[in-house]
Design a protein around this ligand. Structure first.
Ligand SMILES: Cc1ncc(C[n+]2csc(CCOP(=O)(O)OP(=O)(O)O)c2C)c(N)n1
Ligand SMILES: [Mg+2]
Length: 560
């Protein structure tokens, strides 16, 4: 035990977790911590322009590294501005530890300046929301925060450290390595469950792997590859999780769910056994009905969180365990029992569905209208993006075309707003991703509406030298919602039209690079140039303002 300042203890706890970036905006409640960082440059305080952007950055960083990420913000509005980003991390199972220097404990209950019940505010959108009430408990409570964020299914944690608990306090503290206070081995499956799963796989005529985010969080992509190759098992991916299986696998059909591929939907309907690994079969993967997952299809479902097994669709075998441990055990048992490859006819069906998808997308390369069709943008991107590019997709109609149209071969290369569906996610998430994986190109794909929600982070990108690129597909409207008004309200448009500045010029005003691609032929080269320029950049593409997909909830808009 050594005597340190409480602020030093906070920094040491972050360092023990390997945290190198902390996102937030300076506030008087936690200046002791910033003062420690003046001399200790091993942790960089990324001072952002809106705390929401900071939370999305932390989420992006956590998702591409698989490690915890941190925010540090001030009381009151500093914390309330975090809310949307923390909610996003919650629905993405992303281990973001959000720390607020809270208003003083000594005046709690007097409606003091910026006093709010932050613990209550964050409770519904975190795995854990706590307040530290004694300086000497700071290390213990931060370890609780990281243990909770990282154990089992991951997720965000909120910690309020009141300013009079944090500043001008000396404590006795030990620095512990994470393996001293949180589990480092993931839970294995029950052997009987694995044998049952193997029996179902051996008997199935049309087995299909549905891989979700749990595969990625468990670092199980290589084992998925081994399973699908060894057993010639066709595969599809869950909503927004296209990178859970290498899309190069010859029997990978496509992404299921909202804005996904019709061929993947067809494969899912045809399957007699669905091996669901690391997906909770959420609304935008399954729609909770029988449009993809058929009542007659047997389900073997693997999830680290027992809460989601058989939640909507009854299972034949439910396995509460880590995806990597489960795949390893399953491969062993399948080998022991000499289970071979899936029937040739089913392999052939999967190959045909895959080829049909590729031909459908390839045909879009010929769309040469001006203004550019969004589909053509993705045809250009498929050619221009290096395989290690991290793509972040925003909410909105034009970004949504990307769910079915981009190609991923490596884990942790697609980040989407998932079930929060929050606009303004993609650019800050790409900045966080770029900090986490500086060698990988990072591309955020936005509509014009969503981009302006966090465009202020261009200044953060320029100042911190974070070379992420934003592609803004400009149709001068809140297109995804305008599509509803077109299809269901006789094109009576209210509240859906926008007028925008030139985003390439806006970028230049911030000191970033700006590109304007009016014609489809310009896109590929501009994207390549921007991604290799070593500077943050914005590429605006004016797109056809009349090109919207039919809304996903078309048939069910009243309750969808
Ligand atoms: C923070 C937030 N506010 C509102 C919405 C509702 N919403 C979903 S998509 C969308 C339109 C997005 O417009 P834009 O970013 O320009 O993309 P487009 O659909 O035009 O391609 C809106 C308003 C949302 N998802 N998130
Ligand atoms: Mg738009």
């Amino acid at each position: 035990m050594t005597d340190v300042s409480a602020a030093r203890a906070v920094v040491d706890c972050l360092k023990a977790e390997g945290i190198r970036h902390v996102f937030g905006i300076v506030g008087s409640t936690f200046l002791d911590v910033l003062d420690v960082l003046h001399d200790d440059r091993s942790v960089e305080y990324v001072n952002v322009r809106h705390e929401q952007g900071g939370a999305f950055m932390a989420d992006g960083l956590a998702r591409v590294t698989g490690r915890p990420a941190a925010c540090l913000v001030t009381s009151g509005p500093g914390a309330t501005n975090l809310v949307t980003g923390v909610a996003g991390a919650h629905l993405a199972h992303s281990p973001v530890v959000a720390i607020a220097g809270g208003s003083p404990l000594g005046v709690q209950g007097r409606d003091a300046f910026q006093e709010l019940d932050l613990v209550a505010l964050f409770r519904p959108m975190t795995k854990l929301s706590i307040q530290v009430t004694r300086p000497e408990r700071i290390p213990e409570m931060l370890r609780l925060a990281f243990r909770t964020a990282m154990a089992g299914r991951k997720g965000p944690v909120f910690v309020d450290i009141p300013r009079d608990v944090l500043n001008d306090q000396a404590i006795r503290a030990d620095v512990l390595a994470p393996d001293r206070y949180r589990p480092t081995h993931a839970p294995p499956p029950h052997p009987e469950a694995i044998r049952a799963a193997a029996r179902f796989l051996a008997r199935a005529e049309r087995p299909l792997l549905l891989a979700g985010g749990g595969v990625t969080w468990a670092e199980a992509t290589d084992l998925v590859a081994r399973l699908v190759r060894r057993h010639a098992l066709p595969s599809i991916t869950a909503y927004g999780r296209n990178d859970a299986v290498s899309n190069d696998e010859p029997l990978y059909v496509g992404p299921l769910g909202r804005a996904g591929s019709p061929e993947a939907a067809q494969a899912c309907r045809r399957a007699d056994l669905l091996l669901v690994v690391g997906s909770r079969l959420g609304q935008f993967t399954s729609f909770y009905d029988a449009r993809y997952v058929q009542p007659g299809t047997a389900l073997v479902q693997v999830d680290v969180d027992g809460r989601d097994i058989g939640r909507v669709y009854p299972v034949a075998v439910g396995i509460q365990a880590d995806a990597r441990e489960t795949l390893a055990a399953l491969l062993d048992v399948l080998a022991e029992e000499r289970v071979g490859q899936t029937p040739e006819a089913w392999q052939q069906e999967a190959r045909e569905l895959r080829a049909r998808r590729h031909a459908r997308l390839e045909a879009e390369s010929a769309l040469d209208a001006v203004p550019v069709k969004p589909q053509r943008v993705y045809a250009e991107l498929r050619r221009a993006l290096p395989p290690d590019t991290i793509v972040t997709l925003d909410a909105g109609a034009a970004p949504a075309y990307g769910y079915d149209r981009l190609h991923f071969t490596r884990p942790r290369t697609l980040l989407t707003p998932l079930d929060l569906g929050g606009l303004g996610f993609a650019f800050p998430a790409a900045l966080g991703a770029k900090l986490g994986r500086p060698d990988a190109p990072a591309l955020a794909i936005h509509g014009d509406g969503g981009f302006l929600m966090n465009a202020q982070e261009l200044e953060t990108a320029v100042r911190h030298g974070i070379a992420a690129v934003a592609l803004v597909l400009n149709n001068n409207c809140w297109g995804s919602e305008k599509a509803y008004q077109r299809h269901f309200y006789d094109a009576r448009y209210v509240g859906t039209d926008l007028s925008n500045p030139r985003y390439d010029r806006l970028a230049e005003l911030f000191g970033a690079r700006g590109y304007y691609a009016e014609r489809p032929g310009l896109i590929g080269e501009m994207v390549r140039d921007a991604l290799t320029s070593g500077r943050p950049a914005v590429i605006e593409i004016p797109i056809d303002p009349d090109e919207f997909p039919v809304p996903a909830t078309a048939a069910r808009r009243r309750n969808g």
